[in-house]
Design a protein around this ligand. Structure first.
Ligand code: GLV
Ligand code: MG
Length: 324
């Protein structure tokens, strides 16, 4: 290991994260009763400019009055380039800061953006005498944010997670995209002709670099990498595939823009029973090996070593968290 310690963000389940517009209070109760891990009440892009003030009031009331159970509650504030943002932070944190676990910062571009929000939140928390510190979730969804992702990830002790905001990222980078978070058949390779001249098209994942880049910055700073929205909520298989791809790259959760996506994200982002059983067997085998002075052993014909232990420990710990 490096001499540089990586401090982990507070352990918080974040397999699924439901987006709920602050201007749609009729959706709040259903969200509170769902099985989602994190809810973000939105003040940004799902809310029209003339509804921002009302949405803020709805959110404050809902945070104070609705029983959200053990869910983590977040509010997505408006961007730092708008005149809504300061009031989002001041009003929501002052009036509902005790039930608020997280603030989601959209379109974060530089470490100084994080610093600015941190300064504001710190003043309000201190003035109100809150005991709990509110954490930050940052949406990496602009070319600037992706360029500075490492500095952003390291910019505050409040940082807990980085989210890939694929819709705005596509707009910012001018990527040629069709549906939010989906694939594009033009991002493909054509195989060389076979003997009979036949050629095949292999689709690629146009979001691979962006997600992988964000995962590295998040993990290097002890944060949770979370994949963002998948727009076609009627496409169950497409959503599941996007979840699996994100999970394979190291993401530990995905947004749900519709309640029907929650169970799917929870399923894919939870370790399966078989994985947990295998992880426990690895830990047992390594404990035995250690007791007999060996550094590496084999299990089911495959080598296991200390790296296997670390992976197994992460998995078993996740399963323990999910079991509550
Ligand atoms: C989320 O905010 C996105 O732009 O995808
Ligand atoms: Mg966005």
């Amino acid at each position: 290991m490096s001499f540089h310690p990586v401090e982990q963000a507070p352990a918080r389940l974040n397999r699924s994260e439901l987006a709920v517009p602050g201007s749609a209070p009729q959706m709040f109760e259903k969200a509170a009763e769902s099985d989602v891990d994190v809810i973000f009440l939105d003040l940004e892009d799902a809310v029209a400019p003339d509804e921002k003030a009302e949405a803020r009031k709805n959110i404050i009331k809902a945070l104070n009055e609705i029983d959200w159970g053990s869910k983590s509650m977040s509010v997505r504030i408006n961007g730092l380039d708008t005149h809504y943002m300061y009031r989002d932070v001041v009003d929501v944190v002052e009036q509902a800061g005790e039930r608020l676990d997280l603030i989601m910062v959209p379109k974060v571009g530089t470490a100084a953006d994080v610093y600015a929000v941190d300064m504001l939140v710190t003043q309000i928390e201190d003035a109100k005498g809150y005991k709990k510190r509110i954490g930050f979730e940052h949406i990496i969804e602009t070319a600037l944010g992706m360029q500075n992702v490492s500095e952003i990830a390291a910019a505050s002790k409040r940082n807990e997670s980085l989210h890939f905001g694929v819709a705005d990222y596509a707009a910012s980078t001018r990527a040629r995209t069709t549906i939010i978070g989906g694939v594009n058949p033009d991002y493909s390779v054509l195989t060389d002709p076979a003997d009979d001249g036949a050629r095949e098209t292999h689709w690629g994942d146009m979001w691979h670099y962006a997600i992988a880049r964000m995962v590295v910055a998040a993990r290097a700073n002890g944060l949770r990498p979370i994949d963002g929205p998948f727009g076609d909520f009627g496409d169950r298989e497409g959503y599941l595939a996007a979840c699996r791809r994100a999970a394979v790259l190291g993401c530990e959760g995905k947004w749900a823009i519709h309640p029907s996506q929650i169970a799917l994200a929870n399923e894919i982002m939870s370790p399966s029973e078989a994985e947990v059983t295998k992880a426990k067997r690895i830990l047992d085998a390594m404990a035995e090996a250690e007791a007999s002075g060996q550094g590496a052993v084999s299990l089911d014909g495959r080598l296991i070593d200390y790296a296997s232990i670390r992976q197994a420990e992460v998995l078993v710990e996740k399963a323990r968290q999910i079991a509550g």
